[in-house]
Design a protein around this ligand. Structure first.
Ligand SMILES: Cc1ncc(COP(=O)(O)O)c(C=O)c1O
Length: 454
């Protein structure tokens, strides 16, 4: 056996030992997983739930603040926080109270409630755009916003950044292949048409490529996270956002900023932090305090055309819908969440914790001598098995699934949850410095083991 393959075998052994430890400490989850497999596809209500590093799903019993308990009574420090859905902490008291109050008074009626007025005003205050719609998920919000962008501009295509993620929106599930041609993102099932027919793709921070692709004159909308957060974290270069705005304006292309994850930068996301001026903005996940809710906002100019389009007399012909969108329960949850959490004072607590997490992870990486990196954005931080100076294409090529699965499962077996399909940690208002230090010590031990076999 070569030394490379014997090292890889040693990592597999480490992973197997963690799987064994997980099996031994999660008997009730194992029983439920067996039962669930008989009626739920892959044994889970939503396929992503199989993407944890565990050999079978971990069944949650309850969660509160930064803590989560499984059905076997194990208690965890939760840095996953529902992959941002619970960024305000699990069951934040204000939202939980508003949800139970509203649930007793009528949940959905396709009629607005007074809460919606407050929510619209608060979204404007945070993100600057004057007009809003409330829907169930960020995927829906992006899908509807892109449809409106095509309607407003009369153009067919959207432009995305390589390895972006904006939900299960067909046009955005596109990447650059090894020949730098637009291709369907690997793994997408049932695509409607070749990705190049709907989508242009450029590398984030590549201003020349952006200018070249916009020059075709067929792009209705650039949809962008202000920093990429779904291929590790890739921050914008100085001047990138100014160039993005100037080039889209010059090309007559609308700019849609998706703040669904980057609201981790502050109460108004990076849009408020950097003074961005998008034509449309989407924010989802965290704003409902755990309830499914998302919103999309627009300028007066976009709103004028949009209002006419969706006021057509024929029902449902706009292609924008959702019977339960804007329902009274979700809107009550958004009102409570935005009024009582994710405020300046909450970020003042959360961001220093993420700085502490980042510093601990960086020190451990340096000690182990691996060429890994850690990047932070507000109260969110993520490590990656590659240097910090990388494009999204390079990041995708450099992932190390076996090592990161081991790190995730090793942490989980020591009562620390990280986000599956990311190496990401999010701080909520209930996270403590001790929680962060616990992660650092667990991470240092596991990374040392990885370094010894890499
Ligand atoms: C930036 C961004 N936008 C949109 C979405 C879609 O959110 P949802 O799955 O809640 O529709 C995601 C999901 O991870 C995301 O990361």
């Amino acid at each position: 056996m070569s030394s490379t393959s014997s090292k890889s075998a040693r990592l597999s052994e480490l992973l197997e030992a963690e799987e064994e430890r997980y099996r031994a400490s999660h008997p009730r989850s194992l029983t439920l997983a067996g039962q669930a497999a008989k009626s739920l596809l892959n044994g889970v209500p939503m396929s992503w739930m199989t993407h944890w590093a565990t050999p079978f799903p971990l069944f949650m019993q309850r969660a509160k603040g930064a803590r989560l308990w499984d059905v076997d009574g194990n208690e965890y420090i939760d840095f996953c926080l529902g992959d941002t859905g619970a960024m305000a902490g699990h069951s934040p008291p204000a939202a939980a109270e508003a949800i139970s109050r509203r649930a007793a008074m009528g949940i959905t009626a396709i009629l607005p409630t007074e809460d919606a007025v407050v929510v619209g005003e608060e979204l404007t205050r945070r993100f600057g755009l004057p007009m809003w719609q409330i829907v169930m998920t960020a995927t829906d919000a992006n899908r509807f916003a892109l449809r409106l962008a095509r309607h407003v501009t009369g153009r067919p295509k959207v432009l995305v950044f390589n390895w972006c993620y904006h939900g299960t929106v067909d046009e955005t599930l596109a990447v650059l292949d090894s020949d730098r041609r637009v291709a369907r993102r690997p793994g997408v099932v049932g695509p409607t048409q070749p990705a190049g027919e709907t989508t242009r793709v450029v590398e984030f921070n590549d201003v020349d490529a952006l200018e070249r692709e916009l020059a075709h004159g067929d792009v209705a909308c650039v949809i962008a996270e202000p920093a990429l957060t779904n291929i590790g974290i890739i921050l914008p270069d100085p001047g990138f956002h100014e160039a993005l705005r100037a080039l889209t304006r010059a090309a007559g292309t609308l700019l849609l900023i998706d703040e669904t994850h980057t609201i981790c930068a502050g109460p108004g996301g990076m849009t408020a932090e950097l003074g961005l001026e998008p034509d449309m903005l989407v924010v989802g996940k965290a704003i409902g305090g755990g309830m499914p809710a998302a919103a999309y906002g627009m300028t007066e100019a976009v709103a004028r055309v949009a209002a006419e389009a969706v006021e057509e007399p024929e029902l449902n012909i706009s292609g924008i819908g959702g019977t339960l969108s804007g329902n009274a329960l979700a809107v009550a949850a958004v009102r409570a969440t935005l009024s009582r959490t994710l405020r300046v004072e909450d970020f003042e607590r959360m961001i220093p914790l993420a700085e502490r997490w980042e510093a601990g992870v960086r020190a451990a990486i340096e000690e182990c001598g691996l060429q890994w990196s850690v990047t932070r954005l507000g109260c969110r931080a993520e490590y990656w098995p590659a240097s910090g100076d990388r494009t999204a294409a390079e990041a995708a090529a450099m992932s190390d699934d076996e090592a990161t699965s081991y790190l995730h499962l090793h942490a989980l077996n020591r009562n620390v949850l990280l986000t599956p399909f990311h190496n990401m940690a999010l701080m909520c208002p209930d996270t403590t410095p001790d929680d962060v230090d616990r992660h650092t010590s667990v991470f240092r031990e596991a990374l040392g083991n990885v370094a010894s076999v890499r």
